[in-house]
Design a protein around this ligand. Structure first.
Ligand code: ATP
Ligand code: MN
Length: 477
């Protein structure tokens, strides 16, 4: 007989049909009712056991976590809480699970405990919901770009350029730490290493994506990126996935439009296609909020927050306007900011970004035209000579979710920038070639995929939206 999945059966009208499912026991109560889950949906199907005709040995092995195969008849449920259930005629234990040892019991576990059991936490409702949403979001990213004429571009993961400037890098080398050959001056001789030069794990696919945009027009990368920064926050990972579109002939306004339209489209997609999971996560968040002091609770439910983002325009504000707002703000005057805002040119910290988004504008904000000094070398210099065409999209509860820019397309200006930073032009010869041969206005951005998943699922810690998080002092599994 054909195996069905639980999602199909719960929506099925094949009452009185014989069905066959395989899954894991979530709970087993009164020696009679199995709540079975197979990952296809947040919901379990109830399987009613005919315990008089079930062997003692089998009954003994029906416990939380066990894998079972069930054959039976789909019937309208007698009990509350479900439309249909399975009247079991045959149950086969595929894999037992000793209840004394199985860490995932049918009770509330802390997220910290589950993080230590990241290989099993996916068997809880919360993590299964988060990861199904993550999978759908990933698909929605590819769908959005493909349908809008973008080509997916696989940026290299091992990079030979160390001038990307987006963060501390992880070295890639085949040398044994103590046996690395040295040059005459005592430094490590990378010319004898695997690639014949120093190489690192990429921090961003942008520079490479730019070269592709200058031929394919619209491209995007969606791959892993690595940063060896020692930031133990709820928004930073050492390994995370980044979505980076790059578009030729598009200026900063186009870039802001793209960022906003893209985020709205993927959120709309999951609202439609992950309804049950989002509803579950909304309830989870509601419970979590209840344990917070009243003034820290969110005013909106998860779904309201998501709909609010998809239905309202993001507020576009220049860095200069933002500084004025921050300087005159209550927390600044009352010295509540850890980093007070005194003058133009200050780098914005997460506390400032969150003030603007959560307290002042109360909606997503796109900040643009930042001081050149606090942004990367490849961002296009404005005519004022001191700001660049950068944009960051800031989200409530998250802070920066997108960082992007119109790129400096003028060879002479770019060269000056590179020289001023003391970067050797030769390192970037291939990048500069894009400005030498058929240069054009172009723009792009990087969206931290996990931060998007955080926003959509309402999870507070970024470690809980990636299967196996890598953070300082932690690379288990
Ligand atoms: P932040 O200031 O939050 O550390 P950033 O300015 O260093 O971020 P960018 O270099 O602009 O980040 O990277 C683009 C996007 O990648 C960011 O907007 C963010 O969404 C995401 N991102 C950056 N660093 C991390 C990280 N360590 N873990 C997860 N996501 C990250
Ligand atoms: Mn940034």
């Amino acid at each position: 007989m054909i195996k069905s999945n639980v999602a199909e059966l719960l929506n099925s009208d094949k009452i009185a049909h014989e069905v066959h499912v395989k899954g894991w026991v979530r709970t087993f109560r009164s020696n009679r009712f199995i709540a079975l889950n197979d990952g296809s949906t947040i919901n379990n199907i109830q399987c009613v056991i005919d315990f008089e005709n079930t062997e003692e040995e089998t009954l003994k092995h029906i416990s939380t976590g066990a894998a079972v195969a069930i054959t039976g008849t789909l019937i309208e449920s007698q009990g509350k809480g479900q439309k249909v259930e399975i009247q079991t005629s045959k149950i086969e234990i595929l894999g037992t699970s000793n209840p004394e040892e199985y860490p995932i019991q049918p009770k509330k576990h802390s997220l910290e405990f589950l993080r230590e059991n990241a290989h099993l936490r996916i068997r809880t409702n919360t993590f299964a919901a988060v990861m199904r949403v993550r999978a759908r979001l990933s698909f929605a990213v590819h769908k959005y770009f493909t349908e809008n004429g973008f080509y997916n571009f696989h940026a290299p993961i091992i990079t030979g350029s160390d001038a990307e400037g987006a963060g501390e890098m992880f070295k890639v080398s085949v040398f044994e730490p103590n046996e690395a050959p040295k040059t005459e001056d005592g430094s490590i001789d990378y010319s004898q290493d695997f690639f014949g030069k120093e190489t690192n794990l990429t921090v961003s696919g942008q520079l490479e994506a730019e070269t592709y945009a200058m031929a394919l027009g619209k491209v995007y990368t969606f791959g892993p990126t690595f940063r060896a920064e020692n930031s133990n926050t709820t928004r930073h990972l050492a390994e995370f996935w980044m979505v980076e579109p790059e578009v030729a002939f598009m200026d900063l306004d186009g870039n802001m439009d793209l960022g906003e339209d893209f985020i709205k489209a993927v959120i709309d997609d999951v609202l439609v296609n992950c309804k049950d999971d989002i509803e579950f996560l909304e309830q989870r968040l509601l419970q979590e909020e209840k344990s917070k002091p009243a003034n820290e609770r969110s005013e909106m439910s998860l779904i309201d927050k998501l709909k609010f983002v998809t239905k309202n325009n993001f507020m576009r504000v220049s860095y200069t306007e933002a500084i004025d707002i921050l300087r005159d703000s209550k927390p600044n005057k009352k010295k509540k900011f850890k980093f007070p805002i005194n003058e133009w040119g200050a780098d914005l910290q997460s506390e400032h970004e969150r003030f603007l988004v959560e307290k002042h504008f109360k909606c997503p904000v796109i900040l643009f035209d930042y001081p050149a000094d606090i942004k990367a070398f490849y961002m296009r210099l404005n005519d004022d000579g001191k700001t660049v065409r950068a944009m960051d999209i800031l989200f409530p509860g998250i802070g920066e979710i997108v960082g992007g820019a119109q790129r400096e397309e003028r060879l002479d200006v770019l060269k000056e920038k590179i020289a001023a930073l003391g970067i050797d032009e030769k390192e970037l010869w291939w990048y500069l070639d894009t400005r030498k041969f058929g240069t054009a206005v172009h723009s792009g951005f990087g969206l931290g995929f996990e931060r998007l998943v955080q926003f959509v699922t309402g999870m507070g810690n970024i470690r809980d939206v990636i299967p196996f998080p890598r953070t300082p002092q932690n690379a288990d599994f």
